[in-house]
Design a protein around this ligand. Structure first.
Ligand code: AMP
Length: 174
């Protein structure tokens, strides 16, 4: 099996019956696996002149922060409601299990900046779609969306067809 895939733990029926939760704590807890995941993400977008890496709360922060550090660019957190202290923009979205909204600080990105959006997992695509809208409302240029895991059977990439989408590990069924 794929080196990265075998480090991810599947937890059936979490957080509710029928959901196969992809637990990435087992991957990030393994130094070689974490390093390999970052190496692959970095390689995919190495030539895209990324000015900022946008991480989605909360597991997206892990990968976004390391990538930003490696490239020497800023990391921008996109957070759940009520967490960011300054003026912000908000987007509502639908989740695989419920609805929610995401926020970004109004001065987090500058007009024309190239941003890479990073999260741990692409499911239905609502989360990343809302994030891309936030980035574009601030005038940024989304160069791509990068995920550790993609649940292919939920067709999340259909919602973000206008962007380049890359995932390191794919699941074709629960
Ligand atoms: P979605 O908006 O449906 O693409 O959901 C993506 C977000 O929900 C990501 O931030 C994931 O961390 C989380 N998520 C959704 N489904 C799962 C799953 N089966 N296992 C782990 N995380 C999930």
């Amino acid at each position: 099996m794929d080196f990265l895939k075998e480090k991810i733990r599947n937890v059936p029926d979490f957080p509710k019956p029928g959901i196969g939760f992809k637990d990435i704590t087992t991957l990030i807890g393994d130094g070689k696996a974490l390093q390999e995941a970052i190496r692959q993400m970095r390689q995919l977008f190495e030539n895209d002149n990324v000015d900022a890496v946008l991480g989605i709360e909360s597991r997206g922060f892990i990968f976004a922060a390391i990538l930003a550090h490696e490239w020497g660019v800023g990391m921008v957190p996109v957070r759940k409601p009520g967490k960011l202290p300054y003026k912000k923009l908000c987007e509502n979205y639908e989740l695989e299990y419920g609805t929610d909204s995401l926020e970004i600080h109004v001065d987090a990105l500058k007009e024309g900046q190239n941003v890479l959006i990073v999260d741990d997992l692409l499911a239905t695509g609502g989360t990343v779609q809302a994030t891309a809208k936030l980035a574009e409302r601030l005038g940024a240029n989304v160069v791509g969306c990068c995920f550790l895991v993609e649940l292919d059977f939920l067709n999340g990439r259909e919602k973000i067809q206008e962007y380049r989408v890359e995932s390191l590990v794919h699941y074709s069924a629960e």
